[in-house]
Design a protein around this ligand. Structure first.
Ligand code: GTP
Ligand code: ZN
Length: 206
């Protein structure tokens, strides 16, 4: 049984205005929360004005190597930049979830990279380390959206499990909006594994 629909115990704090580079400046503010189920510092970034439409929402899982260092081993950095730009223009929210390494943490993800270099794909490398193939749980995302009064969303994702979990947690996902495909030589195997193992809705070839 999910704890997602618990807006009575999860509260959005006073938004903090933030000017973002890259044109994502309109009505930008970051929101923090009290009472999230895992007690971690997840962040919401509200951008633009969705008007009467369900907002465009990106639930982005932390990737220090991709988001901050610009690693080309995955597509997280370009997906984050794309999401901020699109949400800024369409109006919506980016949730930055502290779920590094699909929930296994940064050090374990880096251990997994070494295993992948011996031939395992990203999912099997997690399992070889004793973790689940993907340990992410989106309860906090549902809690954050409920606390923001945004329970009907257009979800910017290629991951059907993310949309399915949010729907089961009480979020009305009116549409899944795919991201672009940020293919590079260094991330082809990573993208192919997402399609093969987790049914991501992207075309990797080309
Ligand atoms: N365990 C593990 N995690 C990884 C690896 N590469 C990236 N990640 C993490 O994967 C998460 C991003 O997940 P993805 O599978 O790229 O994309 P997604 O969030 O499922 O789907 P989209 O919404 O379409 O972006 C981030 O937390 C990254 O840190 C890896 O090789 N192993
Ligand atoms: Zn990444």
């Amino acid at each position: 049984m999910s704890t997602a629909a618990a807006p009575a115990t999860v509260r959005a704090r006073v938004p903090v205005p933030l000017s973002l580079a890259g044109g994502a400046t309109a009505l930008g503010q970051v929101v923090t929360f009290d009472g999230l189920v895992d007690g971690r510092e997840h962040l919401a970034v509200e951008l633009g004005d969705p008007g009467r439409e369900p907002p465009l929402v990106r639930v982005h899982s932390e990737c220090l190597t991709g988001d901050v260092l610009g690693s080309e081993r995955c597509d997280c950095g370009p997906q984050l930049a794309e999401s901020l730009a699109r949400i800024s223009s369409a109006g919506g929210v980016l949730l930055y979830l502290r779920q590094e390494g699909r929930g296994i943490g940064l050090y374990a993800k880096l251990d997994a990279y070494l295993l992948q270099d011996t031939g395992l794909d990203t999912f099997d490398a997690n399992v070889a380390l004793g973790f689940g193939a993907d340990e992410r749980d989106y309860t906090v995302a549902a809690q954050m959206l409920a606390a923001l009064g945004r329970t009907s969303v257009r979800l910017l994702t290629n991951n059907p499990d993310k949309a399915g979990q949010l729907a089961r947690l009480g979020i009305d996902v009116v549409a899944c909006v795919p991201t672009g495909v940020h293919r590079r030589d260094a991330n082809v195997r990573y993208l192919e594994a997402k399609v093969r193992r987790a049914a991501h809705t992207i075309e990797v070839a080309g």
